[in-house]
Ligand binder design. Structure first.
Ligand SMILES: NC(=O)C1=CN([C@@H]2O[C@H](COP(=O)(O)OP(=O)(O)OC[C@H]3O[C@@H](n4cnc5c(N)ncnc54)[C@H](OP(=O)(O)O)[C@@H]3O)[C@@H](O)[C@H]2O)C=CC1
Ligand SMILES: CC(C)(CO)C(=O)C(=O)O
Length: 309
């Protein structure tokens, strides 16, 4: 099975490394500067169980007729439109496309162009691309869940290709439900850490437990009103993770905000707030967090325009 991974950042790099280590036929589709790094240094990957550097195949565009069996999309949301354009020549009649992004809108965007070839996918991993361009898996968590959007069967060949050491793989008959569950969690985590600007343990110590529980409730209410009630297990998992005393947990949105730009704010928070409006669910904490990150982005744009002027 020919696998194309779009993006060799944190998730693309980490899951790609696992697949390559297991001997899968993987090519990365990346932008020029990353291609240069990968060609000269290989793909550096570290996880609690392994540190390695792998020779990888990479391309910066897809030649007409160079069709792949499986395309894994591992970019952040703002890159999606560009990626939809660049992967077109790689998509044949039997190609399947597996996006790993958090949120939901990207699924709809991909389906508009590629129809039933699009699978639902989500990953649980805490990963980053460090300053040496090494994909780092920071904890032992490394799971991937996928499924047909209509609940149908995922081809055995795809399961077999992705079922490798270092990836805890599962297939779901309700991948849209799983995606909503994760979205509700990620959004609540984003609200909490961006609004109160800190780690879960610090927010709790400052007296924020009630607000954390309200943020979870708000996001889960939107999911329920959209027809995807978060189950008890999912809800309890979110509460446990966001109310663990002393926890250093922060959302990736907040980490991006601290680095300068909360890149997925509109995709994670903005889209959920938009859907909340359309189903009539009030989301005051979500709205406040969204306004906060939008203000940050406006100020940042003004400042960088000033600097470059
Ligand atoms: N990191 C994590 O722990 C987790 C992330 N996720 C989700 O996974 C998704 C991906 O996140 P993550 O891997 O962290 O993001 P990263 O920013 O680490 O990686 C994305 C990569 O995409 C590359 N990229 C951007 N535009 C293009 C393009 N047009 N063509 C090819 N490559 C491109 C970027 O490379 P460059 O800009 O250098 O070209 C970057 O290295 C997000 O939706 C995130 O929310 C989900 C679970 C956990
Ligand atoms: C919560 C976590 C780390 C789990 O994978 C995640 O998905 C994210 O921060 O984007």
């Amino acid at each position: 099975m020919r696998i194309l991974i779009v993006g060799a950042g944190a998730t693309g790099g980490a899951f790609g490394a696992r697949l390559i280590q297991a001997g899968r036929d993987v090519t990365f589709l990346v932008r020029e500067h990353r291609a240069e790094q990968l060609r000269s240094d290989g793909l550096a990957f570290s996880a609690p169980d392994v540190t390695t550097r792998l020779d990888v195949r990479c391309i910066t565009s897809v030649a007409q007729g160079d069709v792949y069996d499986l395309i894994i999309v591992a970019v952040k949301a703002p890159a999606l439109d560009a990626v939809i354009g660049t992967i077109r020549p790689a998509v044949g009649d039997d190609t399947l496309i597996l996006p790993l992004l958090n949120g939901m809108r990207h699924i709809e965007s991909l389906v508009e162009v590629f129809g039933a070839r699009v699978l639902g996918g989500l990953v649980k991993i805490v990963a980053t691309l460090d300053r040496n361009a090494q994909a780092v898996q920071l904890t032992t968590l490394s799971s991937m869940t996928l499924g047909r959007l209509d609940g149908g069967d995922v081809p055995d060949a795809v399961r077999e290709a992705l079922d490798v050491p270092g990836i805890h793989l599962s297939v779901s008959g309700d991948i849209i439900g799983r995606l909503w569950e994760k979205w509700a969690f990620i959004a609540a985590a984003g609200v909490v850490s961006c609004l109160f600007r800190g780690e879960v343990g610090d927010i709790l110590e400052a007296g924020g437990e009630e607000q954390i529980l309200r943020a979870i409730e708000e996001c889960e209410r939107v999911a329920a009103a959209a027809g995807h009630t978060v189950g008890r297990h999912g809800h309890e998992g979110s509460v446990a993770m966001l109310t663990e005393p002393g926890s250093h947990f922060t959302s990736s949105l907040y980490r991006d905000l601290r680095l300068g730009d909360p890149l997925e704010a509109e995709h994670i928070l903005g889209d959920l707030a938009h859907r909340a409006r359309s189903v009539g669910v009030p989301t005051p904490l979500l709205d406040a967090a969204l306004l906060q990150v939008r203000t940050h982005r406006v100020a940042r744009a003004r400042t960088s325009a000033g600097i470059s002027a």
